[in-house]
Design a protein around this ligand. Structure first.
Ligand SMILES: O=C[C@H](O)[C@H](O)[C@H](O)COP(=O)(O)O
Length: 225
């Protein structure tokens, strides 16, 4: 698995050219992309500026001497590369397994180009086997949890290793919805967008045009929409 993740990370880094502003995703797959960029910055004198999608990725980028800027300091983001938890046949996806969905969606929204990198296990017929992360404001999140229960969304609060409610980089909590199958991702996204207390959700519908997939049998392939 790690080998497949490394392959797509290295492949995606080939899209990065001198002078670009690059969005750095979060997670175990995106970390290989960031590592390869760091290698190229050191070995090839690649000149880029990066914006990141989480404190974890910022820390990795700093260690690798990748120049970072705040998202509001850059004119535009040329390309963002990120992982995903599930991707369906239409290239809708679920993200946020690493709790970075809010910053990830903001960075993706302001990127001219957006690529996901995954191993083949992430490609699915229907979204929903992976619990859908929803970032929620702490105030009233117990009420929101009960609303999700009544709606049949099978919510669970995400906890940290001490058993406390998970705190995101933006100071919010995460409720994971165990829906098993999401038959209408657009409809669910609209409903969540309209729900008070929801900051963001992990449905990334119609956002990505390019996915780089690695499999044991077929190697690396690029799927576009
Ligand atoms: O919040 C985390 C992100 O959405 C990740 O990109 C996603 O969870 C995939 O992570 P991984 O590459 O570790 O499977």
């Amino acid at each position: 698995m790690d080998n497949l993740k490394r392959q797509v990370g290295i492949e995606a880094a080939k899209f990065v050219k001198n002078g670009m502003v690059v969005g750095l995703g979060t997670g175990s797959t995106a970390a290989y992309f960031v590592a390869e960029l760091g290698r190229r910055v050191a070995a090839e004198n690649l000149r880029i500026t990066a914006v990141t999608t989480s404190s974890v990725t910022s820390a990795q980028a700093r260690k690798l001497n990748i120049p970072l800027k705040d998202i509001d300091e850059v004119e535009a983001i040329d390309l963002t590369v990120d992982g995903a938890d599930e991707i369906d046949q239409t290239l809708n996806g679920i993200k946020g397994g690493g709790a970075a969905l809010l910053m990830e969606k903001i960075v993706a929204t302001y990127s001219k180009d957006y690529i996901w990198i995954v191993d083949e296990s992430k490609m699915v017929a229907h979204l929903g086997a992976f619990p859908l992360p929803v970032e929620v404001v702490p105030f009233g999140c117990g009420q929101l949890f009960r609303l999700f229960e009544k709606s049949g969304f099978k919510p669970t609060f995400r906890l940290d290793d001490k058993g406390a409610l998970w705190l995101t980089d933006s100071g919010n909590h995460i409720i994971d919805l165990h829906m098993n199958e999401i038959s209408a991702p657009e409809k669910l996204a609209r409903l969540l967008d309209d729900t008070v207390g929801v900051v963001e959700h992990g449905l990334f519908n119609d956002m990505v045009k390019t996915v780089i997939i690695a499999s044991e049998t077929e190697g690396v392939k690029i799927v576009t929409k």
